[in-house]
Design a protein around this ligand. Structure first.
Ligand code: ADP
Ligand code: MG
Length: 701
């Protein structure tokens, strides 16, 4: 690890003596740069393990600190073998007598005869063949597990010490290829550097709030002697996160107060025609959201409103309403989407609705040729493009609106304070954010603070909840049978390909291959199209258009269909290897069906139950149990920990790793109070800057 020292300038105490170039560093001086070293610097971490760690967000040594244990092992009594009774968990300290192993199907079973002074028992491990050679007769070992009629089923073991089998050993969100043992081992190494985290909170504040030092809090979190100790540590860390967030929020709120926007006149003739042209009656939630937007647009402070509603709840109609309000006033509006596919999809939908109204819609994406792009930019600059749909990045970086009045930001699950300010800078449009991420109330208050929200709680009346089933691979033929029945009735279907975490190109190739396979197997005789991120935009558009026009029966797709795709005649979806997807992602995918009046189905196909991690099984169960996005969000919180609620794509803002939103209401208040007192002093300003900066940066990527 390298040790470039932070420049420290100290006054010299002796007049007339030249100070040394640098002062020697006191031994206890924190060296945060050691935490920025790559994880490969830890013992036992090679490139392969580093890659697996990177996949769960651990790249630097310090990253090991910022992941909260899911839970802690229960305290269990140490027992003698002869006292083991029933199936209660226990710890035994024993000596190995002999070892043997065998296979049963894909399962590798390792058995050791172990003994203490009271007796002997057969201990079993599953799928840990490498252990065999370490269990030489005579080896002393500590086992945690349960006695059953076959012997002692081992859940964790220690050959030395008690790290694994101890009471309150932390249980981390593991992945299939990363064991608890490894994660604990790496944490133990990282904890030796815990003092290098330094202490950002001033002593007076810590004293007032009764909070321990950051380093102590981290040590308690990752190696507690009791649950109370772990909780004290967590609260200290959560407090700091909330404090930084509140300082950042206070700052953007102040900025917004200072800015002003031009009010829009009341809705008129164009809006009337728009309403009349819709082929359905608006729901009361949609009406209310529109009224709230109307009220905002009358004010001379820029609108900053979040419209949230489940996938399929009808946000687009409301968004277009806001856009047309600007057009009607002779001004400009824009809708920004996070991806090209989504921008194109929005464009198709909006263009269809606007053409009969005589409103011209322009599309601006990086897939346009340079000439075309230039033309669009000129139209925008001259004010001749009243309504522009494009990707966030392009619109923020390349475009100079002549008179932008309303901006709709379709963020899906990425949002942040910084992004909001970035758009507003220099011009002050009214801004409406759309999100399908179900946001628990506490989170909305915490993360958005000053943001107004409108909610589409009830879906359009003719919707039936999607029926969801979960089958394992060996029964996938039944799923396809069901799918074919829908096709034979004139409906359409999606098949979602497994998630591969490699290059987009590999994902695309796998999807093509799967489509080809299905064409000659399960879906023989049907018209099968394929949609993935490597198609050229024109190809992608023509596949989508063909599916919409019912020239294709089935769309085999990667997660590019996750958002925005809207074909009400598609009534069934099969998700292959569904256990690999996150809960939020599955929920988004499922939202592609159930968009019409027909009963729709979502069939999740997974690997065999024994092969699934605990959390994968929990995710699939949750999907079957409910279609309520709020319930799923809560479950996701429980399964993954709060901070990751909003998905890995989240900006810095939502990285609340230690906050437990459902429990920390009071802590949020305390942090808010503390932030108010601190703002004057400018404390934590750097952290707040970083947070805002990070969010901005992510918003542009
Ligand atoms: P979201 O963007 O919230 O996921 P959309 O705006 O794409 O949802 O709407 C989903 C589908 O519901 C679209 O086909 C849309 O035309 C339709 N829709 C919207 N509002 C209504 C309504 N009030 N009644 C019936 N269908 C509606
Ligand atoms: Mg939508």
């Amino acid at each position: 690890m390298n040790g470039t020292s932070a420049a420290v300038s100290l006054p010299t105490g002796f007049a007339g003596v030249d100070p040394p170039e640098t002062w020697p560093r006191p031994l206890t001086f924190p060296r945060p740069e050691r935490l920025e070293a790559a994880v490969e610097n830890l013992h036992g971490v090679g490139p392969a393990l580093a890659r697996r760690l990177a996949r769960i967000g651990i790249e630097q040594v310090g990253d090991l600190f910022w992941q909260r244990p899911r839970r802690y092992e229960e305290p269990v009594p140490g027992k003698r073998i002869s006292d083991l009774f029933g199936e209660d968990e226990a710890v035994i300290e024993v000596e190995v007598r002999s070892v043997s192993s065998r296979r049963r199907g894909r399962l590798k079973i390792l058995t050791a005869r172990v003994a203490d002074s009271s007796g002997e028992i057969k201990a079993t491990w599953f799928n840990q063949p490498w252990l065999e050679e370490r269990l030489k007769p005579g080896t002393k070992i500590r086992l945690r597990g349960r006695a059953n009629r076959f012997g002692f089923a081992v859940s964790s073991y220690d050959l030395e010490g008690e790290a694994e089998t101890a009471d309150f050993a932390p249980v981390y969100p593991a992945s299939e290829d990363l064991s608890q043992k490894k994660l604990r081992e790496l944490r133990a190494q990282a904890l030796e550097l815990v003092r290098d985290t330094g202490e950002p909170l001033p002593a007076a504040l810590r004293a007032r709030e009764g909070l321990p030092l950051k380093a102590d809090a981290l040590a308690a979190l990752h190696r507690p002697r009791s649950l109370a100790e772990a909780e004290t540590g967590r609260v200290r860390l959560a407090f700091e996160e909330l404090l930084v967030l509140q300082v950042a929020l206070a700052r953007t709120a102040a900025e917004r107060e200072r800015s002003s926007a031009e009010p829009l006149p009341r809705a008129g003739e164009l809006i009337e025609r728009y309403r009349a042209s819709l082929p359905f009656t608006l729901t009361s939630d949609q009406e209310r959201a529109m009224a709230e937007i109307d009220a905002d647009l009358l004010r001379s402070t820029p609108m900053l409103r979040l419209l949230h509603g489940e996938v399929g709840s009808g946000k687009t109609v409301v968004a277009l309403y806001a856009l047309l309000r600007a057009v009607e006033a002779g001004r400009q509006s824009t809708l920004m989407a996070p991806t090209e596919t989504l921008a194109e999809q929005h464009f198709l939908t909006i263009d269809e609705l606007c053409t009969p109204l005589g409103v011209r819609v322009s599309l601006l994406t990086s897939s346009l040729g340079a000439r075309e792009r230039n033309t669009v930019r000129q139209l925008i600059a001259s004010g001749d493009a009243p309504l522009v749909v494009g990707t966030h990045a392009l619109i923020q970086q390349e475009v100079d609106f002549r008179d932008l009045a309303v901006a709709v930001v379709d963020e899906q699950h990425r949002f942040g304070v910084g992004q909001r300010t970035a758009l507003v800078e220099g011009r002050n449009p009214h801004v409406l954010h759309l999100t399908a991420t179900p946001i628990p109330r506490t989170l909305a208050l915490t993360v958005f603070g000053d943001l107004d929200t409108s909610e589409l709680a009830l879906p359009p009346a003719d919707r039936k909840p999607v029926v969801t089933g979960w089958v394992t691979e060996d029964r996938s033929s039944e799923a396809y049978q069901r799918l074919r029945r829908h096709l034979d009735e004139g409906r359409q279907a999606y098949v979602v390909c497994p998630l591969i975490e490699e290059s987009e190109t590999k994902v695309a190739r796998a999807a093509e291959a799967e489509a080809e396979r299905l064409r000659s197997a399960e879906l023989k005789g049907y018209r099968v199209g394929c949609l993935h991120g490597r198609l050229r935009p024109a190809e992608r558009r023509s596949v989508m258009a063909a599916f919409k026009a019912r020239e294709l029966d089935v769309l085999v797709a990667t997660t590019v269909i996750e958002v925005g795709v809207d074909v009400p005649n598609a009534t069934i979806m099969i998700v292959q290897e569904a256990d690999r997807f996150g809960l939020a992602q599955l929920h988004q995918l499922r939202g592609r069906v159930g968009r019409g009046a027909e009963q729709s189905y979502c069939l999740l196909v997974s690997r065999a139950r024994e092969e699934l991690t605990e959390s994968a099984a929990e995710r699939l169960e949750a999907m079957v149990e409910t279609t309520d996005g709020f319930v799923l969000a809560e479950r996701d919180l429980e399964i993954r920990g709060e901070g990751q609620l909003l998905g890995a794509r989240q900006s810095g803002l939502s990285d609340l790793r230690f906050v437990r939103l459902r429990l920390d209401g009071e802590l949020i208040e305390r942090a808010r109070d503390a932030a108010r007192r601190m703002d004057d002093e400018g404390l934590l300003a750097d952290e707040a800057d970083r947070l805002l900066g990070e969010a901005e940066h992510l918003g542009e990527s």
